[in-house]
Design a protein around this ligand. Structure first.
Ligand code: AMP
Length: 394
């Protein structure tokens, strides 16, 4: 179900991309990572003799608005592609069809923000049919919205039963996740960190008996410390999650999965970069102090676990890496990931703030794959079927 399975010459490829990029006050593209990740698909289609009609959402508009218009990214896209890009002032109806139906092979058009129509998020079938009129074949390359059952990401595929495919980016994302989730090279280590244990518990529950080692860092580690009967001072905890955390620990024991929790923590007397810092054992944190990073002993153990693994999934920072004093753990793990990647291990980073963390370390190019889809990746790891993927496979 990839582009190479489609007959593309002389046809209009309608491509769902994720151009939901940050814009600055002057409406200029601030970070074009998502646009650049879609270029291989666009170029492959153009080189194969197709014309390309791009559709995307941008932000969370309530109805049509100048602020969220995709016209703001046209010149940036033209710069990246090196050819002019036609713009349609709506994604459906005459203004869209005027552009898409007159497109010649080798030409590119961008349709206006899909979310100017509430029918997009509602997964409205009639609206999906209107969108479908803009192309002869459908390519989904938007991993960031693959977990949504929207008109342009899933419902539209029904209108192209024989002519639908994953784009290069989506293909890469799926193959990266498969390397970790089905038949990975062993030992398999999952490193899960970040702030909210409630947002990651389902992943932990789903993965605990599939991995050899599960490393838990970041704020969520303290809910696990509490489940083990530790004292965590004022550290971030979600008391209503303690029971489920305990069940994960039990399940790990039954499936012989090694759980690595931070033995010690760098603690602060307030949530601030200027606080006083002291190291405590993570289950003996003094009242009034909070764990904001893994400590030196934990760091050493975590690095060892990384270097002993062949496949590693990393989701979520080990501490409040935004504060310099609490960034050592995250940076040390990122560096260890770089080292094992060089030695041939497979390393996948993604979801939540992990991409920001690996970028902050300057090591995004030194791991095997950095996923573009936060929520989509998390739902995949939870074991859910993603509608955007299912619609192409159906
Ligand atoms: P997430 O989006 O769940 O991956 O969480 C990322 C956020 O978790 C980052 O902004 C970190 O600052 C935060 N974080 C990591 N460790 C801790 C901690 N020990 N206490 C509070 N927040 C944390």
């Amino acid at each position: 179900m990839t582009i190479s399975d489609l007959n593309i010459k002389g046809r209009r490829a309608l491509v769902r991309v994720d151009f939901n990029v940050p814009l600055d006050g002057a409406r200029k593209v601030q970070d074009d990572t998502r646009i650049r990740r879609a270029l291989p698909t666009i170029k492959t289609l153009l080189e194969g003799g197709a014309s390309v009609v791009l559709m995307s959402h941008l932000g969370r508009p309530k109805g049509a608005s100048e602020q969220f218009s995709l016209k703001h990214i046209v010149s940036h896209l033209e710069g990246l592609l090196g050819i002019p890009v036609k713009f349609a002032s709506d994604c459906v109806g005459d203004s869209a069809l005027d552009v898409s139906q007159n497109l010649q092979p080798g030409e590119v058009a961008l349709l206006e923000n899909l979310r100017f129509h509430p029918e997009e998020k509602d997964g409205d079938e009639f609206f999906a049919g209107q969108l479908a009129e803009n192309g002869d074949l459908y390519v989904n390359d938007a991993f960031g919205t693959a977990h949504r059952n929207h008109a342009s990401t899933a419902v539209i595929a029904r209108f192209f039963p024989e002519d639908k495919a994953f784009g290069k980016l989506l293909e890469g994302e799926i193959s990266a996740l498969k390397k970790v989730m089905s038949k990975p090279a062993k030992p398999l280590l999952a490193i899960i960190g970040g702030a909210k244990v409630s947002s990651k518990l389902t992943i932990l529950e789903n993965m605990v008996d599939k991995v050899d080692k599960l490393m838990i860092g970041g704020g969520m580690a303290y809910t696990f410390m509490l489940a083990k009967g530790g004292k965590v001072g004022s550290s971030l905890v979600e008391t209503e999650m303690v029971e489920r955390a305990g069940i994960v620990l039990e399940k790990a024991k039954r499936s012989s999965t090694e759980i690595l929790l931070p033995e010690d923590s760098i603690c602060a007397d307030s949530f601030s970069a200027e606080a006083n810092f002291e190291v405590f054992n993570s289950d003996e944190i003094k009242e009034g102090w909070m764990g904001l990073d893994i400590g030196p002993k934990a760091c050493e153990k975590f690095i060892k676990a990384v270097t002993e693994s062949q496949t590693i999934l990393w989701n979520g920072p080990m501490g409040v890496f935004e504060f310099e004093a609490c960034s050592k753990g995250t940076f040390a793990v990122a560096n260890a990931l770089k080292e094992v990647t060089e030695k041939g291990a497979y390393t996948l980073v993604g979801g939540g703030d992990s991409v920001a963390a690996i970028n902050a370390c300057g090591l995004a190019d030194d791991v095997s794959y950095v996923s573009t889809g936060g929520g989509a990746m998390l739902e995949y790891l939870e074991g859910k079927t993603l509608p955007g993927i299912a619609a192409i496979l159906d």
